[in-house]
Design a binder for this molecule. Sequence first.
Ligand SMILES: Nc1ncnc2c1ncn2[C@@H]1O[C@H](COP(=O)(O)OP(=O)(O)OP(=O)(O)O)[C@@H](O)[C@H]1O
Length: 317
Amino acid sequence: MSTTVVSMENVSKAYKDVMALDGVSLRLEQDKIYGLLGRNGAGKTTLMSVLTAQGFASSGEFSVFGEQPHENEKVLSRICFIRESQKYPDDFKPFHAFKAAAIFYKDWDNALALQLAKDFQLPMKRRIKKLSRGQLSAVGVIIGLASRAELTFFDEPYLGLDAVARQLFYDSLLADYSEFPRTIVLSSHLIDEVANLLEHVIVIDKGKIIVDDDAENLRGSAFSVAGPAARVESFAAARAVLHREGIGALLSLTVEGVLSQAERREAAELGLEVGPVSLQQLVIKKTLDAGIAGVPDGAREETAKAARKSSRMGASQ
Ligand SMILES: Nc1ncnc2c1ncn2[C@@H]1O[C@H](COP(=O)(O)OP(=O)(O)OP(=O)(O)O)[C@@H](O)[C@H]1O
């Protein structure tokens, strides 16, 4: 039986006329890595702020570790929220930030923090306000990992981190998580980069949850097929194409559904390459579909056309 860490029932949050969260219901289980995905302004930060008591919900019911988190020290000490715009006192150096975290988080691992600081080449004696954008992100990432909080939120923690440092973050997260499982929520725009980390995917769009599914289920719901354009087109003719990408005479399609053994053989005989789907393409498609579903009937065809065009161009998050 899985243990519920977060439970939300019909939670909404309005900022004047903006519904940042619109009737969100979800459950987060213990010891899982969740991806919280969605376009700019979709409501990801708002959702995490409400759950970590940094913002109030306008309506609905929710609990974290079975209780309301607001002004609840017992619950808050089990939560770590690493956000992109984290502010530190002016005279703080990374060393001070780690010391403060060590006081707050009962499972803080200082040896891990120091090791990660070395790995990220973080200047420990420089004031945080003098750090580069990437170095500032590294401070957050290190605190998020070394806190070992039972519920850890990373809100796009990689801003300014170079590719090597991002990989270091993903590897460190996975290594530490396998040794010390906990519930991690990672909000990210770099969907394909984080795809392999995620066990469960939540996609939010205009404040509503549009996908809440196991990463494996999602991946199994489509496949990619690539090869000479005409053969790929005819192979996929009767199927729903989620995304297409072509270079010269070559075409690669993301196609909805599951392939039978016979179809796999047929693809091989045609010299086509069949592979797993890109999570990013799936998320883009589902977000575009949700946009179309929310459009009044009269304008739907125009929106669908724009969506198809954007999908052909490989629209990114
Ligand atoms: N303090 C605020 N006052 C008014 N509107 C706000 C406020 N904070 C957020 N919003 C609006 O609420 C919506 C959700 O914002 P939120 O920051 O949660 O999105 P997000 O998914 O985290 O976006 P991004 O990926 O760009 O960080 C947006 O339309 C945003 O403009």
